[in-house]
Design a protein around this ligand. Sequence first.
Ligand SMILES: [Zn+2]
Length: 332
Amino acid sequence: MMLSWENLIGHAATVAYLKKNIAEEKFPHAVIFSGAEGVGKRLAAEICAAALLCERPVDGAPCGECENCHLVAAKTHPDFYIVEAEATKTTRNIKIGQIRAMQIEAALRPINSARRVVILDGAELMNNAAANCLLKTIEEPPSQTIFILLTASRSSLLMTIRSRCMTINFDRLTAEQIRDALTARGVENSEAQRLAVIADGSFGRALKLKDSGGAKLREAALDTLEKISRAELSNEEIFKLGAQMAEWSRENFADFLTHTQKILRDVCFAEELEPHNSDLLSRLSKLKISERKIFLMIETGAEFHRRLKSNANLRLLAEAYLMSLRKAAVSG
Ligand SMILES: [Zn+2]
């Protein structure tokens, strides 16, 4: 993707601020981009890197044509360094070895440009040793190096790191911004509208949902609840659904659970809270389940979210969940 500010969705005031700082050569030496997953922090950081390393930046924007711009976009620029979490089977984290390797590079004189830029994506995923190691560099940064830390959980960073970095907040995107960006990518209008509503302000999540059939999972959740509320969910139906769900990934099943929980909350708190599924209100109003039963159903969902983390067989788990949900809905 072209590293151009025009490709970043939303964040107009933040972008203006970043461009001004770059143009005036006042970009901070260590900065935290804080905001939810998928709102554009990484793209913004890469555009900053390109603009900071570009030979002919224009008002804080990379020219997009010089060698440095091309090398940053290709992630092969010798003065541009990215640290990312490494995933193992069970966890994702940034290890001290990765920070040490980065520090060796960051201390070198820049090769192509006047400075170096380091992006640390997922800063909250540093373990303690890695964070303390990074702290030493942030305390006495090499004069020519700029550090951009990205995090979805600023409060889990060391206080000492937070206090030495300027923080720039990236808000959640509006549903309209996400919808427009999706339609610009060729997603059909009504589908874009549905995805935008359930993406919860994250364009990255909207794209993921699009690829995983996220809107379909929500529809499956609502369809199941409608059957339960009409007492039409038979054992036979449950076994059929269980067989279908056994083909899903665990992540998809977790999303199905989450959609079910959100729908139940919407039904229960329709008067008090901003609904998660504002586009479904007329269908939601037809779900006739008492408040007490809905609480039981939400508890059931929380319980199965926990059980999903074990290695339980997905088909058995899905069947047990649907049985428990139905039981909660008919309990006296
Ligand atoms: Zn350039």
